[in-house]
Design a protein around this ligand. Structure first.
Ligand SMILES: [Zn+2]
Ligand SMILES: [Zn+2]
Length: 473
């Protein structure tokens, strides 16, 4: 018995012998084996060494997850740059500049200032499908309270005067880094795919108008029209390491409605000489909810929220008017129309009931609902499961939030897919659970993604999808 030292050059990770001990000497792995098993061990080790030299490098060289981990330092640096320098919607000048520079570095033909601060990067790699990847560029007027060393210190003048903090509270900094990382990976592995990649930096997503601005500027005419469009969004409630997707409706139609009720002002002690717009508005606020409970099919999602109501100056003065702001959410287009028409009817009815004149109603159409293409989801689900793991690909919940990524598929007519990438590690999620606190949501001043696992998962999933959609012929 007794043990001998053998140099075989293998790390413990690939050594096949369970009872073998390893230690590092002069940068080489030394194996301590039992003498009786020495020959068999030598054969086994040599076989594994040969396998690892000939087969593994080929399998792993093209593996997105391995690539992401090898390039993590520069990816995190890029993420921190975007995070430290957020810009509001319609003001993404420097963000788009950096985004464009990164695309130029990897050999894309880049067009800037396309539909506002939109960026289009084209990477040609022979004949084949055109696949569009989209990231959004804008931050939010939120003063960051994450306590991160790289927390945003940026402040700008707010719309109503005064300074406001700016923060990537919706994770668009992760989306940009994810897209650029995926593009870097694909640029470095052009032998593994073919076709044309269209890499989009979209402005003003938070205002629901950047996608339309780029489409209206001729995105699908001046460049090749994509066959497929993909995007990610990080998700505050999904653990990092996991993604979530579903076919069909996933996000809602989003519309805003402004209603002004007109009354006749006067003394609060003499209501009979006035027409009270506050009572008029109060009737409307309650009555409009019966749209959802009585007029829309119970299995169809619909939300009407009165988010703001303003009138009056003092206890004993009945004001002349009352102004309300509503957000209206739905999935189906016919439900959307029904809700918007119904709101107008209910507002007129409230005015009529108190003998007031016609209210002023302004509908601002926002983003249309987002439905992922069923066939595309069916195709990519197994691809994601292979690239990540079965347990890491979840079925996404339907939510009533909106995303103007929906515009690309709606207007272009091609299949599209937006999938969620889990943003917060399980430990942190559990800690919130134990404290009985809700997890900070997207748009919260306390929301931050756990950068490294989110980038690993997001880039691995996105790159694997592209490799599947753009196979080498
Ligand atoms: Zn957002
Ligand atoms: Zn967002």
């Amino acid at each position: 018995m007794g043990s001998v030292s053998k140099l075989c050059g293998l790390s413990p990770a690939v050594c096949p012998q369970l009872d073998c001990h390893h230690r590092l000497e002069n940068n080489a792995w030394v194996q301590l084996t039992l003498r009786g098993k020495e020959t068999m061990h030598k054969v086994l080790c040599l076989t594994v060494l040969l396998f690892s030299l000939l087969v593994l490098p080929r399998a792993q060289a093209g593996d997105p997850a391995t690539w992401v981990n090898a390039n993590m330092e520069s990816l995190v640096k890029l993420y921190i740059h975007f995070h430290e320098n957020p810009e509001l919607s319609f003001q993404e000048e420097k963000t788009s500049q950096r985004f464009a520079e990164e695309l130029e570095k990897i050999g894309c033909q880049v067009t800037q200032n396309f539909g506002g601060y939109g960026v289009v990067g084209i990477m040609e790699n022979g004949a084949g499908p055109v696949v569009m990847l989209r990231a959004d560029l804008d931050g939010l007027p939120v003063t960051e309270r994450t306590g991160r060393p790289y927390a945003s210190q940026i402040q700008v003048e707010g719309e109503s005067g005064g300074m406001v903090g700016v923060m990537h509270a919706c994770g668009h900094d992760i989306h940009m880094t994810n897209l650029l990382g995926t593009a870097q990976y694909l640029a470095a592995h052009k032998d593994q795919w073919q076709g044309t990649l269209m890499l989009i930096g979209q402005p003003a997503e938070e205002r629901g108008s950047g996608a339309v601005a780029m489409i209206d500027a001729g995105l699908f005419e001046k460049f090749k029209k994509p066959d497929v469009c993909l995007a990610i969004h990080c998700a505050a409630g999904i653990p990092s390491g996991k993604i979530a997707l579903r076919g069909g409706f996933m996000m809602a139609n989003v519309d805003s409605v402004d209603v002004t009720f007109y009354g006749r002002g006067g003394h609060g002690a003499y209501p009979h000489t006035t027409v009270d717009p506050i009572v008029e508005a109060a009737k409307f606020v309650l009555d409009v909810q019966t749209m959802v409970s009585r007029e829309i099919k119970p299995t169809e999602p619909a939300v009407i929220t009165v988010g703001s109501i303003h009138a009056g100056t003092k206890h004993n003065i009945i004001p002349d008017d009352c102004h309300l702001q509503l957000t209206v959410r739905s999935y189906a287009d016919d439900v959307r129309v029904k809700l918007l028409e119904g709101i107008k009817r209910k507002a007129r009815a409230a005015a009529l009931s108190v003998g007031a004149k016609e209210p002023l109603i302004k509908v601002s159409e926002g983003t249309p609902s987002l439905a992922n293409d069923e066939d595309l989801v069916a195709r990519l689900n197994p691809v994601f499961k292979k690239a990540l793991a079965d347990k890491d690909v979840l079925v996404a919940d339907q939510v009533m939030g909106g995303e103007d990524f929906s515009q690309f598929g709606r207007q272009g007519g091609m299949p599209t897919l937006l999938f969620w990438v889990g943003a917060v590690n399980q430990d942190r999620l559990s800690r919130y659970g134990k404290m009985g606190l809700p997890i900070p949501s997207l748009h919260s001043a306390e929301f931050y993604p756990d950068t490294e696992p989110v980038l690993t998962t997001g880039i691995t999933a996105m790159a694997s999808a592209v490799l599947d959609l753009m196979p080498r012929q």
